[in-house]
Design a protein around this ligand. Structure first.
Ligand SMILES: Cc1cc2nc3c(=O)[nH]c(=O)nc-3n(C[C@H](O)[C@H](O)[C@H](O)COP(=O)(O)O)c2cc1C
Length: 221
């Protein structure tokens, strides 16, 4: 996909994917090509974010799409540092040959993202107004999910990350965000190097109960 798309092409992209199919095939895409993403497409996926519900319809969100290479390098450096200390225990655990393959693959993809974050052409930060001095991150997650789904629809790869919060104040300052509008999540976005597919999820019948939870059936794994 090219960085140069006509307005008509941007308008048409993603408009035909059935909603439930899109939901079932949206997953963390962490291997991204460095090719640029048109601003008009960033606008389109953020517009999807603005259709999310929010308490009292306050719409507390801000979207900051970092496309400047120097800023992305700065963010990636902070992210990488925090990520590697966060993941260290899991890396140790994964040395066990019995460590589940699915978890290992997920971890390797997350490590790849951390080590290549500076190459992701868009670092999309979702920030929002605090309420009585407290961040309202829960108010931003519906918008974040809408954006992830919109990325899926238009063919962009994306994932939801929060590790940058370890350096949140410093990064927010660089983004021009004040303590009244802290960032909640950062979505690295770009054209996917791989393909979409159905993510591994628990079967619905394991987690759906009618009228009453059967306690013994609920497990943490
Ligand atoms: C609240 C939250 C925070 C997350 N933070 C990170 C993160 O900092 N870095 C990362 O690589 N993935 C992060 N993820 C993505 C999850 O690891 C990912 O959704 C999960 O492994 C499922 O991946 P899949 O959709 O490819 O199956 C986060 C997800 C959520 C919901």
């Amino acid at each position: 996909m090219s960085a140069v798309l006509s307005d008509a092409e941007v308008d048409a992209l993603g408009e035909r994917l059935p909603l439930l199919e899109g939901i079932r095939t949206t997953r963390a895409i962490r291997r991204l090509k460095p090719d640029p993403v048109p601003r008009a497409l960033v606008r389109k996926i953020c517009e999807a974010g603005t259709f999310a519900p929010s308490g009292g319809n306050r719409q507390p969100w801000f979207f900051v799409a970092v496309m400047d290479a120097e800023r992305r390098a700065f963010i990636a450096q902070r992210y990488r540092e925090a990520f590697h200390s966060y993941i260290a225990t899991a890396v140790e655990a994964a040395k066990d040959p019995n460590y589940p393959d699915r978890k290992r693959r997920n971890m390797l993809a997350a490590i790849h993202l951390a080590d290549h974050l500076h190459e992701a052409p868009v670092h999309l930060f979702v920030a929002g107004w605090t309420r009585r001095g407290e961040p309202q991150y829960q108010a931003l997650y519906p918008a974040i999910q809408n954006i992830l789904l919109a990325c899926r629809a238009v063919g962009l790869g994306a994932s939801l990350t929060t590790v940058h919060r370890a350096h949140g104040e410093e990064i927010d300052a660089v983004l021009g965000l004040s303590a009244d509008t802290p960032s909640c999540a950062m979505l690295p976005i770009g054209w996917p190097a791989g393909r979409y597919g159905r993510p591994p999820r628990k079967p619905v019948d394991e987690v759906l109960f009618f009228d009453r939870v059967e306690g013994a059936a609920v497990s943490r794994s």
